[in-house]
Design a protein around this ligand. Sequence first.
Ligand code: SF4
Ligand code: SF4
Length: 336
Amino acid sequence: MSVVYITENLKRAEEFILSFLKYFKGNFTAPIALKTHFGEEGNTTHIPPYYIKYVIDYLKSIGLKSTLIETTTLYKGKRATRKGHLMIARGHGFMDIGAEVRIIDGEYGEDSIVFNGLKYASEVVIGKGLDNFKTLIVLSHVKGHSVAGFGGAIKNVSMGLSAKKGKLIMHSTTHPYVNEKKCIACEECVVFCPVQSISIINEHAVISDTCIGCGGCVAVCPENAIKIKWDQDIKKMMYSMVEYTSVVKDMFDSNILYVNFLINITPECDCFPSNGKFINKDVGILASRDPVSLDKASFDLIKDAILKAHQINPEPMFNYAEEIGLGENTYQLEVL
Ligand code: SF4
Ligand code: SF4
């Protein structure tokens, strides 16, 4: 059973984060990478930069520089290139908090390190620049996710640190289909699809083979007409994400920490260009050395809202993570 630290008092955020970091001071080996999510253009529910600054300032106070890292996205949009992603980081205030911002998989996602696949992911393709760091602090915004149901540390590490090809490998296990009887041909999905894979044919949406499995159309359809097969597709993607997280964890040995922010809890991830309605009130901040315990504890605190938003239970992801040794599915919550 792993310890998960918590504060429910966001006014104590700085004190909580500093206490957690001081506790683990001995494990900080430079260079240090901080992984967060800068939010898509138009998204404002990502972690506010001032929380990240608490970490950067603490590390500076003990003589350590840190670097904010991200990767290019799979879908089209500003964050799909290094240049565009840096522009978003600047626009959202992440360039003004005292750390360099670096996109670690090249201009177009082409720079990668490739590891052998495990059981579900055929290959594990990580942003090459991750190899330059010796400590990783993962700062994740907890919210829903249209394919995995829940997004926390495992999602932030797996999708967020993989190069484009890695994201494609994880997503390619999902194949949405349209329930023609429910479709009203409103074209919301057509407009949203980042790779133009949806057309309206004979008065209903049709998804072509070029789909990259991002799951966005499932979320935007107002008629709930697009689905993903739970048993075949969703679990495979969850398990691939777990395998990617496990490979990253092995790269850092014990020099990896995770902090989850249960604030601005929306149904979809921060890759969406707008903010969904909040599905839960702010809960607080949780931190641990164990990503599985941390995500399981985070999920348990907002379980009803997550299950209501997507009817997808992410617990098989935590079970598989424990099975392959990524962490423990049980936890002890301690107020810090
Ligand atoms: S999952 Fe939907 S939105 Fe995403 S690429 Fe496939 S068809 Fe397009
Ligand atoms: S968003 Fe839903 S209802 Fe509208 S065209 Fe797409 S599948 Fe049909």
